[in-house]
Design a protein around this ligand. Sequence first.
Ligand SMILES: Cc1ncc(COP(=O)(O)O)c(C=O)c1O
Length: 208
Amino acid sequence: MRVFNFAAGPATLPVEVLEQVREELTDWHGCGMSVMEVSHRSKAFVAAAQEAEQLLRELLAVPAHYKVLFLQGGATGQFAAIPMNIARADSTVDYLNTGAWSKKALLEARRLTGKVNIAADEAASNYTTVPAGEALRLSAQAAYVHYTPNETIGGVEFPYVPTPQACRWWPTCPRVFCRDRSRSRSSLSSTRVPRRTRSRGTGSGHCA
Ligand SMILES: Cc1ncc(COP(=O)(O)O)c(C=O)c1O
């Protein structure tokens, strides 16, 4: 009997996909080895990687002028990569604290940037709510705003997409919004993201 896992992290895969994986595990496309063992520069692997990117672009409607990066380290790696790449050591960065994952992200940013401004903190409700768009205390000069659209531990999801227009400093407030859209089923591929602003979304094993 097949078991369906409804936890926020892993997702159930179609049986046909699993059977194909089993079939190809010892001999992928006649290479005599598995896909994990072939050279990452071989024609067969480069073609598979290109097809994977193309399919992901179609699935998520990623515009042609956006790069798709397949990164190691999962979403946790991005908690450090975001401040290291988007902010400077003396930058102010804005974080919306809505629970366990945003807390982890902001603690990492505290180690790596000058000032972490908590633009919203839902402690009063024990992290069972999200802040209203107009209540965000975004800074005028933050290098970026970070938030977690779906807190998969607490089970709290934003019913709206925070944008720079919500900031009372608009139009001089931060334009870069980092969204932790980790876990494809719970967030990354479950809703469309408006792409009018520059945004960076992170997910386990992928970045979109
Ligand atoms: C919202 C969110 N952020 C971050 C993570 C951490 O992801 P990773 O295990 O890829 O580091 C998870 C994992 O479930 C998550 O759900």
